[in-house]
Design a protein around this ligand. Sequence first.
Ligand code: NAI
Length: 328
Amino acid sequence: SSTPLKVAVTGAAGQIGYSLLFRLASGALLGADRPIELRLLEITPALKALEGVVMELDDCAFPTLAGVEIGDDANTIFDGVNLALLVGARPRSKGMERGDLLSANGAIFTAQGKALNEVAADDVRIGVTGNPANTNALIAMTNAPDIPKERFSALTRLDHNRAISQLAAKTGAAVTDIKKMTIWGNHSATQYPDVFHAEVGGRNAAEVVGDQGWIENDFIPTVAKRGAAIIEARGSSSAASAASATIDAARDWLLGSASDDWVSMAVASDGSYGVPEGLISSFPVTTKDGSWEIVQGLDIDDFSRSKIDASVAELAEERDAVTELGLI
Ligand code: NAI
């Protein structure tokens, strides 16, 4: 179709925004044949910087970019959007307690959930990248009662991609030979990257690795703490890889996952794998035409069970904290 897809990006003047917008505008989401209209939301003090980013977008003369609108009012920017990528969030500043962080982000995602509920297109899909991503998605979802719950997801695709990259490096396989990676739970250090259902060149990944010590003491912590390692090395947090994963997740959601593979997405639980209903938790999912299904029937051994349970317990605690704050 040549009707532009209206894509909202929040926090568009931020670090991730600076990578994300140019890839969206160049056709990385749906290919170079489908025009994209960007709707960029920022807070008022960041609008001037955002104008500069838009000047650069103009200067790229992207054939795919059908238009750009910027602003600080969610009801205007989200009007008629088909896809909303909620990247902007309040970072933890010095002396800020966890409760303060949850309240600050709660206010943002409450307002944005309400605005999406009011003005987004009927087919809207909402992907939350801004942290704490799972709980921010839960807040937005709860504040958008007219949007079906399955239209909300939080980003664990970066963790998924990191896990694929680590496993490829360990086994000497190409990233394209690795299938069925799963991130379970929260996008946080408690996440559980699961190689027991993954495949390397069609063989069970854990068997190919053949080293439980590496899985437990190397692979899992490396993936879970990769964000901190990037900050340590680069002096600021992962941005280009986060933007790339945001696009991977949205593209697969809209266009579908490969028939011999699945992806990781944090979505509202239906109770699968013992994850309490309603929590936004990461699962293995297959996607098709804008919808997703949790992969069923995987055998979960005691090791995986305890890892999934620990991350899900953290999600339940975050939900209880935002419930107490009156945000959901
Ligand atoms: P950044 O601080 O460079 O940019 C955030 C932008 O959001 C700022 O320009 C800020 O003005 C804007 N913003 C704040 N409140 C807003 C609001 N109410 N409406 C619209 N815009 C608003 O941060 P960066 O590096 O771009 O990261 C963005 C978020 O993504 C952070 O929360 C970060 O923790 C998270 N992140 C998530 C990852 C994931 O895998 N889920 C990976 C990496 C980062």
